[in-house]
Ligand binder design. Structure first.
Ligand code: IVH
Length: 766
């Protein structure tokens, strides 16, 4: 089928538009149409190309990612070698560079084209008759690899040059880069997938460019900057480097906007400094700047030495990364008590300074990077940022490298720390006993909203602690007047008052007492909630983290903090001493807040059980106790649960930890309000009055009563006209007779069970 002329025209217009918008979006970062509009154009073009496959030419913007994965890259011999640059690190070397050029050219001042030195992978792009024909890596400078299909996936690389007529041949050189933000994203993604983490954007760019499957390269979002133009045929070009770059801009190549033309050595050094100060804010990594004699005739006169041109120089920034050895790993305690592992390093010059320590951020990071004492590591110091260990050099691991063990003691006081093994530790849970926090603990204990001990201020506490009269709050109750009176500036009367005040504070409320303990993260509002919920101290001491989560406003961290506090033997000891000293409190009132059973089940977060399934379980279950017993088959049959969900419920309730939590909550008086779902539902049991008589076979009368009540029925002791059912077991007596006399329906055990399970069905929701 030949393609109609108007379709060819339309396809051409679509391509021009898409290329323009690609350029606006990817190169200029200034799109002029919304994404949806772009997508529409793109789909329209794809549609036409599907209809007329001969239009799907390689230079079409729809054809960037295509073809089958390669098995290897073919070698490409560069027409002109891809050379390297001489490096300079010091200003003096730059001065010498400029002097040599002036002398050789016999000029007063040299004009230079200057640009950043991109830290990526060098490539060469060959265009034939305006179309991208081949792209190659630098390789050893003479022979590289053919990575054309991968380079085509880079959106900023033109597939077709706009010049009309196009040059017969054009070879552009430049650097493939990965933007810092794309690098971060890639590594996050790699970590999530448990795949290779790249050490830096350059490695990521080079690795992505050498993927045999171009779809992988496409997914990596590489970018490109052109910095050179080699062979040109069929066109005369300007005779300065800067004008060549301007020409490349007209051909839609991305050229670095930071490039400039400067004069003389001062121009070079100023440029070095100004790019250096911008380095951190640039979206891509650079490792220096490149100076090139701008005039191409002058360049030719300068010529080459070995493999580098005499007319150009790379002025490098101090390396941001260096390798060195980890001599030890310590922890550092911050002002807030945060604990950070720090690598002590063999001194190394990096980022312009000598570095001896580098942060490892946290314990997880040490594990993730698998840094061991004795390892050779890459250390990074970028700008003024704290030096960090980037990665280990695995090939250089010594056989005697030692794993780092995070200390499980508070680095301040030597007592145990809050978080358990495997979790990031933060600080000492000491409160009552940490020697480093002793004075604060006692002051807090005595404070107004805690035990409210009048006259026990900072100075007194200092004196008591410094004189070894008091170490923990419990010691306060051992003080007597003569001992206190011996303290400096303490009159007999005030000693008497202090001891009286301590005595008076013995009678308190549970909320105040909990607050007085100084549990990390437990303020007075939380203490009140805890007192209300638990009623007394012992259930609080025994509470599991999960149980604590049912207390209003208590999150996982606070719950953990509380459990940890009470698990410390020192803290329990001090509490026991306080009780022995006669500290007494009023119980808290309230208990767990009422919820519906459905809400409660939903909150258990049983895997696979959402609110609607929870509702279904609640409505027909006959109470939480029954749910804790029920087997998977019953769940599937009675509640219509899918097998996975049924198994999940059974597993949940089989776990002794979960059972303990539910028992704790029930013991605390957790009760359920009527389920929203059951209210108003027709049920043969709800609202009905039952009388039980005689001996039942499969359950006790008490159990039967519970079941009836769980479904909203009532059980009374005597039969009257108001009785709805009499349930008669073996050897039923006078109550059965009475029922028969009044015409009250009589059920046997089987009948009761039917009624109860009918109620289950009646309440079931689909
Ligand atoms: S010009 C004759 N300009 O540096 C040398 N190279 O050591 C032509 N590079 O592998 C290179 N940014 O990939 C030039 N603005 C820039 C550059 C640059 C980075 C890399 C290039 C090459 C290496 C040369």
């Amino acid at each position: 089928m030949s393609v109609p002329a108007n379709v060819i025209k339309q396809v051409r217009a679509l391509r021009d538009a898409i290329e323009l918008h690609n350029y606006r979006y990817y190169v200029l970062d200034a799109p002029i149409i919304p994404d949806a509009e772009y997508d529409r154009l793109f789909r329209e073009l794809q549609e036409l190309e599907r209809k007329y496959p001969e239009l799907a030419v390689p230079e079409s913007p729809t054809q960037r990612v295509g073809g089958v994965p390669l098995t290897e890259f073919s070698p490409v011999t560069h027409r002109t070698p891809m050379l390297s640059l001489n490096n300079a690190f010091e200003g003096e070397e730059v001065v010498a560079f400029d002097r040599r050029i002036r002398e050789q050219l016999g000029v007063e001042v040299v004009e230079y084209a200057v640009e950043p030195k991109f830290d990526g992978a060098a490539v060469s792009l060959s265009y034939q008759n305006g179309l991208l024909a081949q792209g190659a890596t630098r390789g050893d400078g003479y022979t590289g690899e053919d990575v054309t299909t991968n380079l085509r996936t880079i959106k900023v690389v033109p597939l077709r040059l706009p010049a009309d007529p196009p040059p017969v041949r054009l070879e552009v050189r430049g650097e493939v880069l990965m933007l810092k933000r794309d690098f971060e994203r890639l590594n996050q993604e790699q970590a999530r997938k448990d795949e290779k983490i790249f050490a830096n954007p350059r490695n990521a760019a080079a690795g992505s460019l050498r993927q045999l499957d171009p779809r992988i390269t496409a997914s990596r979002h590489l970018t490109f900057f052109a910095y050179g133009l080699e062979g040109v045929e069929g066109r005369t070009l300007p005779r300065t480097h800067s004008a060549l770059m301007d020409f490349l801009v007209t051909q839609k190549f991305p050229v670095c906007p930071e490039r400039k033309v400067v004069r003389g050595v001062q121009g070079l050094l100023d440029y070095y400094r100004s790019i250096g100060s911008k380095r951190e804010t640039l979206p891509y990594d650079i490792d220096g700047v490149v100076y090139k004699v701008n005039d191409l005739d002058q360049q030719e006169r300068m010529g080459f030495v070995a493999r580098a041109p005499r007319f150009a120089l790379a002025h490098k920034f101090p390396a941001e990364e260096a390798t060195t050895e980890v001599l030890d790993i310590d922890v550092q305690v911050g002002r807030t008590g945060a604990v950070t592992p720090v690598a002590r390093l063999r001194p190394v010059f990096v980022g312009g300074v000598t570095v001896t320590n580098a942060t490892l951020h946290n314990e997880d990071e040490v594990r993730r990077k698998d840094v061991r004492i004795g390892d050779t590591v890459i250390v990074r110091r970028a700008g003024d940022v704290i030096p960090e260990v980037v990665s280990v050099v695995p090939d250089r691991r010594r056989t005697d490298a030692r794993e780092f063990v995070m200390p499980r003691v508070c680095p301040v006081c030597g007592s145990k720390v809050v978080r358990l093994p495997g979790e990031a530790i933060s600080r000492c849970s000491g409160g009552l006993y940490c020697p480093a926090q002793r004075k604060q603990a006692i002051l807090h204990f005595a404070s107004r909203r805690a035990m409210d001990i009048q006259g026990l201020g900072e100075k007194r506490v200092d004196q008591l602690v410094d004189n070894h009269l008091v170490e923990t709050p419990a010691d306060l109750y051992r003080l007597d007047v003569p001992t206190v009176a011996r303290l400096e500036r303490m009159a007999e009367l005030s000693a008497d008052n202090l001891v009286k005040a301590i005595e008076a504070g013995k009678r308190t409320t549970l909320a105040r007492f909990i607050y007085a303990l100084g549990i990390p993260d437990v303020g007075d509002a939380t203490a009140k909630e805890l007192a209300r919920f638990f009623g007394d101290l012992d259930p609080l001491i025994d509470a599991d983290e999960q149980t604590l989560r049912y207390v209003e406003d208590i999150g996982p961290e606070v719950a953990q903090s509380i459990v940890q506090f009470f698990s410390e033997p020192h803290n329990r000891k001090v509490i026991a001493q306080l009780r022995a000293a006669g500290v007494r409190w009023e119980r808290g009132e309230g208990g767990p807040k009422k919820t519906t059973l459905a809400q409660f089940i939903a909150r258990l977060e049983i895997p696979g059980i959402g609110p609607s399934t929870a509702e279904r379980l609640a409505v027909g279950s006959g109470g939480i106790e029954r749910l804790m017993q029920v087997d998977a088959q019953t769940l599937q049959e009675e509640f219509d649960l899918p097998p996975n969900a049924a198994r999940s419920v059974v597993e949940y309730f089989r776990s002794s930890k979960n059972r303990k939590v539910i028992k704790q909550l029930l013991n605390l008086g957790l009760t359920f309000t009527e389920n929203a779902g059951t209210a108003g539902k027709p049920s043969p049991v709800r609202g009905k009055t039952f009388v039980l008589t005689g001996t039942l076979q499969s359950l006790t009368r008490e159990e039967a009563k519970e079941k009836i009540e769980a479904l909203g029925g009532k059980v009374t002791g005597s039969v009257s006209k108001k009785t709805d059912y009499v349930v008669a077991g073996a050897e039923a007596g006078s109550k059965l007779a009475k029922a028969q006399e009044l015409g009250v329906p009589v059920l046997d055990e089987e009948g009761l069970m039917k009624l109860l399970s009918g109620s289950v069905r009646g309440g079931r929701q689909k």
